[in-house]
Design a protein around this ligand. Structure first.
Ligand code: SF4
Ligand code: SF4
Length: 239
């Protein structure tokens, strides 16, 4: 039989701490209706779900919440927020719980991917030269082998393109041919686009790590390159 929670032994400290940082989070308004949990892709993993998380915080079960691996499973998709009748901002809550964990104690995989991105421009650690080589090589193969795409144009850092598109770095590193279908669609609709060489990867693990500085650095470097060097009016993030 499950052990009863002894409420009088708990202090509701962490919730107050988070409320300070997210005053518009509406955590006190939760009706326990479960709508958030019904649509959450992370529900039931590690025996947790968004409704349970709010209940635990409201009861003061701070240590269990902080220790739960589930806070790192949330994808930050915000489906719960859109579905919630009381506008309880669960993704913002989870982001702040993550921030409360010392950086070096956050999950190694996410931490490593964030650091790689800051260092190399992609979470997979692929250098921009390798990215450019792979992209141009795969495009050449398509032009040579696939009928109707003889004049497929794929460029990196083409100045003045109407649109800059970034790319999940897993594809050029592990499945380069998977980039082709999107290029072909863009070709068929006559899109004028290019990849950037700086911070070309679309993923951003620093966001999942709750590393504000790293997240900001990646976005800023990317935006500066687009604005100052490529001079493109439009960015499409494929992630
Ligand atoms: S949907 Fe909103 S009100 Fe309902 S349980 Fe989830 S957080 Fe609480
Ligand atoms: S933001 Fe997190 S908690 Fe909310 S639905 Fe998405 S995965 Fe679930």
């Amino acid at each position: 039989m499950a052990e009863a929670i002894k409420i009088d032994e708990l202090d509701i400290e962490f919730k107050e701490e988070v409320l300070d940082k997210v005053p518009d989070g509406n955590f006190d308004l939760c009706l326990t209706c479960g709508t958030c949990t019904g649509g959450c892709p992370a529900s039931e993993q590690f025996d947790m779900d968004p409704r349970k998380l709010i209940r635990m915080l409201n009861l003061g079960m701070d240590e269990q919440v902080k220790k739960s691996h589930w806070i790192w499973v949330c994808s930050m998709c915000a489906r719960c927020l859109f579905a919630c009748p009381m506008n309880v901002n669960i993704p913002k809550l989870i982001y702040n719980i993550r921030r409360a964990v010392p950086r070096e104690k956050r999950p190694r995989g996410i931490l490593g991917s964030c650091d790689q991105h800051i260092r190399t421009g992609s979470a997979m650690g692929a250098a921009k030269e390798d990215f450019e080589f792979t992209v141009l090589d795969v495009a050449e193969e398509i032009r040579e082998e696939q009928e109707g795409f003889e004049d497929l144009e794929v460029t990196v850092d083409r100045v003045g393109a109407n649109m800059v598109l970034n790319q999940n770095s897993r594809e050029p590193v592990t499945e380069p041919e998977e980039m082709g279908p999107l290029w072909k669609i863009l070709h068929k609709v006559g899109a004028d686009w290019t990849y950037p060489s700086v911070m070309w990867a679309g993923e951003n693990y620093c966001m999942f790590l709750a590393d504000d500085e790293g997240w900001k650095y990646i976005i800023e470097e990317f935006a500066l390159h687009v604005d100052n060097n490529l001079k493109s009016p439009l960015v499409v993030n494929t992630e």
